[in-house]
Design a protein around this ligand. Structure first.
Ligand SMILES: Nc1ncnc2c1ncn2[C@@H]1O[C@H](COP(=O)(O)OP(=O)(O)OP(=O)(O)O)[C@@H](O)[C@H]1O
Ligand code: SF4
Ligand SMILES: [Mg+2]
Length: 337
């Protein structure tokens, strides 16, 4: 974890004004009135080396699309993504291959993200071979066995196929593969949400141990706010392709400033039944609007419990309202309306 208040190191990842628009149909690009899904719409933030940034928001808010843009599985429509000072979209194929060693992704469903016809050893060894990190096949085998041990599996399991493992073990294989080429930064997209609750903590703890051991930097995408709280240094909240709030973890959970964050957190049950009964629950009205034609002004205005007329006209900028605590709401901050 990184001490935000004293750490002067530059950002490892810098996301600036990133947009990702998907054409609604393949002919759409050529039509004058082409329609787009605005999956990510002008998002900016940074992640420091060694830090975990949690990314939360309802289904369809653009979290996975943003994660995929950062690892360049999607090319962003607009904006810049810099890794260690290098703008990724300007890299040629060869340079990008080298960069791919430093950046990796862990996916939600360990079953569908692992090839069923490859052994665990083949799956974990593939990146080592692609990046030519060891010479002989015996060295690859040694490294695979070391990686299996690192993620808490037995080296003899290298010859088994994915269907022979439990869900939690499969995710450990996914993690071993992700760290095989010794990356610096990992985007983990819902890494534990397909797992039994009893297994989730083990996998999150493994991720934390690996972070300390290898000085990893994480973007952790999750809809479970308690998982995010457990592991994140800072948390960012997305709604309809936009960042609503970003703050140090405890600030966000203890003093959420954006009405959307407040609503998300009020839906998380509190363990103490007395507190749970007495506290205020904010129920958001209506569904998430379509990202093809998002609401004008503040995209949250159609569901916001404190919206005023101005909210439908002005896009609220993301502003720092307390040290390190940024939010995008016209009704929060020194000149709140
Ligand atoms: N390849 C694609 N083509 C067209 N639209 C897409 C594509 N990928 C995502 N979208 C759309 O972009 C929006 C954001 O999707 P995304 O998967 O990024 O959301 P998410 O926050 O990860 O949701 P979830 O919590 O359900 O995983 C959605 O409206 C989705 O339908
Ligand atoms: S800008 Fe207006 S609609 Fe948007 S969150 Fe703030 S009060 Fe609600
Ligand atoms: Mg997703």
């Amino acid at each position: 974890m990184v001490d935000q208040s004293t750490d002067p190191s530059p950002a490892l990842v810098t996301v600036s004004n990133v947009k990702k628009y998907f054409p609604v149909n393949s002919r759409g690009i050529l039509q004058r009135n082409a329609q787009y899904v605005r999956a990510v719409d002008d998002v900016s933030f940074t992640i420091k080396r060694g830090e975990t940034l949690g990314l939360v928001g309802e289904s369809g808010s653009g979290k996975s699309t943003l994660g995929r843009c950062i690892v360049q599985l999607h090319k962003q429509t607009e904006g810049q993504i810099k890794f260690d000072g290098v703008e990724l979209s300007t890299l040629g194929n060869k340079e990008m291959r080298t960069m791919r060693r430093r950046i990796n992704m862990i996916f939600q469903d360990p079953y569908s993200s692992l090839s069923p016809r490859m052994t665990a050893g083949g799956i974990i060894g593939e990146p080592i071979e692609i990046h030519k990190l060891t010479g002989s096949s015996a060295e690859v085998r040694d490294r695979v066995e070391e990686l299996l041990r690192i993620v808490g599996l037995n080296p003899y399991m290298a010859d088994r196929y994915p269907h022979e493992f439990s869900g939690g073990q499969r995710q450990r294989i996914g993690i071993a593969r992700a760290i095989a080429a010794e990356p610096e930064f990992i985007v983990a997209d819902e890494p534990v949400s397909a797992l039994d609750v009893s297994i989730q903590a083990q996998v999150i703890n493994l991720m934390q141990d690996l972070q300390e051991r290898f000085n990893l930097t994480y973007l952790l995408i999750a809809h479970d706010l308690s998982v995010v709280r457990h592991i994140s240094d800072r948390v960012a909240v997305m709604y309809l392709g936009k960042l609503m709030e970003i703050a140090p973890c405890d600030d966000l959970y203890e003093t959420p400033l954006h009405p959307y964050t407040q609503a998300l957190l009020s839906a998380v049950p509190v363990p103490d039944p007395k507190v749970e009964l007495e506290r205020e629950h904010i129920v958001l009205q209506g569904d998430i609007p379509s990202p093809i034609s998002p609401p004008s002004g503040c995209v949250f205005h159609t569901r916001c419990p404190i919206a005023v007329a101005e909210c439908a006209m002005t896009v609220p900028p993301l502003r720092e309202v307390a040290p390190g605590h940024m939010t995008a709401c016209l009704r929060v901050g020194p000149d709140a309306i």
